[in-house]
Design a protein around this ligand. Structure first.
Ligand code: ZN
Length: 499
């Protein structure tokens, strides 16, 4: 076969995978949003079959051979080379696990998820503990098959954020601990900011009317995006021109659905802005979990919590809720949106205390895989760490160790990217503000000016470049955690009059 024939075969393989992925994505979105529960058994069986078919295509040993050959060909263009390298890693990491063990592990993850759900419902960690122990053992075994000389937890961290390891995260979280723990203490002791008006009764139908205005402001265009509702908001899609997001409305909270809408639109916009030539290939995704989260949090925290954003949007919100917000000034509203207060549940945490929730999870994961922390008594370890870093203690396990789903299916190494994303965003925003008038764009209803900057410097690459390369190209320097910490110190010192 000459290069062209090889490429033809390779492209056919990529296309076949994209067809299965599209089907599975639509089925997955449908399941989480509108699919009637009674049909789930029928659907789940067919979905498992399709996943199996996709698995066979993805791990086809003949394709691994072809990819090796392509990579040896010096005439291969750089974009295809990059994609082929990523496919090679994807195949290798999967096929190294014996198929029966792979299937067994999938079954374990399913029962572990069910055990977690039951444990959470009954507030009883002891129901979940034996499963957590087994999941950790299986994960260890799976990673051993890779034959990497990298320590285990470093490999896990690298899977979600290529290039990251314990050494880098230790430095990152060490800096956070040093500067945020005292800052949070000062904020807690300061005079509190009034925010009770955010939690009055806000009828959901009126909130939805405002969301329509908000989506238009964010340029989440119906020609390529669609928003739905779910218990846990998420973003998924089939290609750059077909992105789906969800939000969740709470009747006694006006800001929750707004911020989750903006957050998910941040994820969707990133995917939408990737070079459309990459559609259907491994290059079409966001490059890493941290980079994806940086874009959603940039939208949510660095744009949608600013005064300029609300100068444009608050009049419409006030008009929608004259009784609740009619006498609340713009400044009062913006201050309330930025309130920080230590709490127990990660997904409800504010911008300042959020990274502490992640720090706790990182220290626990690290300890579990280094053997210094055991699954036995982990609920108490968890509570003690919350007391130490945030000064709060859970009364029930559902608000403590059982609050997150991630460990039930073995997603270790994922949590740290949430905190990293916020820190990436601070550095991007700093650069963006030096090049364009962000506040003027937000104030005058030109959100697209910000989006265009992000598209040009971050989004359009998809997976073509690694996260650290994008950071360097976009901001002119390597990632520096101090921009994030400076931003938080500055913001909360002003908001709580700490100086
Ligand atoms: Zn997110």
């Amino acid at each position: 076969m000459n290069l062209n024939e090889k490429l033809q075969k390779y492209n056919d393989w990529v296309f076949r995978m994209s067809a299965y992925r599209m089907a599975l994505a639509v089925i997955g979105i449908d399941k989480l949003t509108v699919a009637p529960e009674a049909g789930s058994d029928y659907r789940d069986k067919r979905t498992a079959f399709l996943s199996g078919e996709l698995f066979s295509i993805e791990t086809d040993p003949e394709m691994l051979k072809l990819i090796e050959e392509l990579l040896e060909d010096e005439n291969l263009d750089s974009e295809t080379r990059r994609a082929a390298e990523l496919y090679r890693k994807m195949i290798h990491d999967t096929v190294c696990i014996p198929k029966d063990e792979y299937v067994e592990a999938m079954e374990l993850m399913n029962s572990s998820y069910n055990a977690w759900l039951e444990a959470k419902m009954k507030n009883d960690y002891s129901i979940f503990e034996p499963y957590l122990k087994k999941v950790i053992a299986v994960k260890k075994k799976q990673y051993e098959y890779r034959g990497s000389d990298m320590p285990l937890y470093d490999q896990m961290l690298d899977d979600y954020e290529p290039g990251m390891n314990r050494e880098k995260y230790d430095a990152f979280f060490g800096a956070l601990k040093e500067r945020l723990v005292p800052l949070i203490r000062r904020v807690t002791e300061a005079e509190q900011v009034e925010d009770s008006f955010l939690y009055l009764n806000y009828p959901v139908s009126d909130q939805k009317a405002f969301t329509d205005t908000l989506l238009a402001y964010l340029h989440f265009d119906p020609s390529w995006g669609y928003q739905n509702e779910t218990e846990h908001p998420f973003t998924n899609g089939t290609c750059s021109n077909d992105m789906r997001t969800t939000t969740k409305y709470l009747e006694n909270n006006v800001i929750s659905a707004i911020l989750s809408t903006v957050h998910e639109v941040g994820h969707a916009t990133y995917q939408h802005d990737v070079d459309p030539r990459y559609d259907g290939t491994i290059l079409a995704d966001g490059i890493s979990s941290g980079m994806h989260e940086s874009q959603s949090r940039l939208f949510e925290n660095y744009l949608a919590k600013t005064k300029a954003f609300w100068e444009c949007n608050y009049p419409a919100l006030q008009k929608q809720f004259p009784q609740q917000l009619g006498s609340v000034s713009l400044d009062q509203f913006v201050d309330a949106v930025n309130v920080a207060k230590p709490s127990l549940v990660r997904t409800e945490a504010d911008e300042l205390t959020y990274p502490m929730h992640i720090l706790i999870r990182y220290e626990i994961e690290k300890g579990l895989f280094e053997g210094t922390i055991s699954t036995e008594g982990l609920d108490k370890t968890w509570d003690d760490m919350y007391e130490k870093y945030l000064g709060v203690r859970a009364e029930k396990a559902s608000a403590g160790i059982l609050q997150d789903v991630h460990w039930s299916d073995g997603s270790f190494g994922y949590f740290p990217t949430y905190a990293l994303g916020s820190a990436f965003a601070a550095q991007f925003v700093r650069k963006m503000r030096s090049e364009i008038d962000v506040d003027e764009a937000l104030r005058t209803g030109h959100f697209e000016i910000c989006v265009n900057w992000l598209k040009e410097h971050i989004h359009h690459y998809g997976c073509l470049l690694e996260a650290d390369e994008i950071m360097k190209k976009a901001t002119g320097e390597e990632f520096n955690v101090n921009y994030y910490l400076d931003y938080l110190e500055d913001k909360y010192t002003k908001l709580y009059h700490l100086d």
